[in-house]
Design a protein around this ligand. Sequence first.
Ligand code: ZN
Length: 213
Amino acid sequence: MGGLLRNIIDITPPLRAASAVFPGDARYEARTTFAMGPGCPVNVTAFTMSVHCGAHADAPLHYAAGAASIDQVPLDDFVGPARVIDVRGASALVGPETLAGRLEGVPQRVLLRLTDGLDPDVWPTGFRALAPETVELLAAAGVRLVGVDVPSVDPETSKDLPSHMAFFRHDMRILENLDLSKVPEGEFELIALPIPLEGLDAAPVRAILRSLA
Ligand SMILES: [Zn+2]
């Protein structure tokens, strides 16, 4: 049996009241519905938050009116071989030249590490993002899903969302707010399934990597 056990790296930041959200978006809030005590055998909690809080998958509906909601997105792209690529640097946008020579034999999933690691409780004003040409390059290489360790694939102040639109053109999937701070570059198995929130524009994921060895 031991041979079947493989190392799990959890790349999901914690969700809690302090979790940072896009300025103006709904923060995480939890409240007790039932509290264990005399006559009550259980604890039950209700919570509310933006569907973009913490690690999540964007649905096409997030950036294109009438497009697929997160419950309509096929799950295949969210499970399978993935390459982690370190693209840390000083540029505001990660350009396609960053990936030169790094996409040979690339699997259908790529996780890009843009930062040294963000504090999940602090909104990272001015965070790095992807140039749309980078998304085009990944699409041309056959990549179906891209995950990042920042809140968005476009800059916070972007209004036309050119990278999101590149994802839309190629019907590719997006994972945001991953914690890649403890992950070395290399090949892994990704599992990051969005919960089927009917009709919504994104959903939280529990994202893990498993080593292939
Ligand atoms: Zn999002």
